[in-house]
Design a protein around this ligand. Structure first.
Ligand code: AMP
Length: 189
């Protein structure tokens, strides 16, 4: 199973990503986690991307693709992946097809976790992850803006590819997971 999770910050990508990865026994590949890992270890790449993360801006496409390339390749050997946070721009989406090709598709389905901005804001402000510098209120606004400007266009892209599954994601975690699994079963019929 190959899944891509799309959604605004605070839509639950990280949470659902972990649950779905456990359910299907496939790796959860989070571009944000991978990037934060580089920042934490102070790698060369970490130093280059630190400011983008701190300001809620997107890391340049070529750097992100470098970070996820290996993870996607090894996930392919592990029977699939849940991609969380990548792709996030149209350029990345086009690149994602190339990364996975020619042997596999990047996704059997792209799940859009649909939440109103107010819910996303509330969740991000309230979450206990105090170690994330980008959960400061001004940065949250920037991340929401970036989502609408850069990532929302992917919805149309994946709808046209016939891959898009939209799930109302403001409900409790287990209800959203059940809705995702139902939608996936429905698609396989
Ligand atoms: P996330 O954990 O998915 O919320 O990502 C946290 C931050 O990492 C984002 O605000 C961006 O600065 C950066 N980031 C994560 N994934 C990407 C991506 N696919 N493209 C560009 N920047 C990304």
């Amino acid at each position: 199973m190959r899944l891509v999770l799309l959604g605004a910050p605070g839509s639950g990508k990280g949470t659902q990503g972990a649950v779905l990865a456990a359910h299907f026994d496939i790796p959860h590949v989070s571009s944000g986690e991978l990037l934060r890992g580089h920042v934490a270890t102070g790698s060369e790449l970490g130093r280059r991307v630190r400011t983008f993360l701190a300001h809620g801006e997107l890391v340049p496409d070529d750097l992100v693709v470098d970070v996820v390339r290996d993870a996607i390749a090894s996930a392919g050997d592990a029977g699939g992946h849940v991609l969380d946070g990548f792709p996030r721009t149209l350029a990345q989406a086009k690149c994602a097809f190339d990364l996975a090709a020619p042997t596999v598709a990047i996704a059997d389905a792209v799940i859009y976790l649909d939440v109103p901005d107010d819910v996303a804001r509330e969740r991000l402000t309230g979450r206990a992850q105090t170690d994330r510098v980008d959960d400061a209120p001004a940065v949250i606004e920037q991340r929401l803006e970036v989502f609408h400007a850069e990532t929302a266009p992917l919805l149309r892209f994946y709808e046209q590819s016939g891959l898009l599954v939209t799930v109302a994601a403001e409900k409790p975690v287990d209800v959203v997971t059940a809705a995702i699994l139902d939608a996936l079963t429905e698609r396989q019929r």
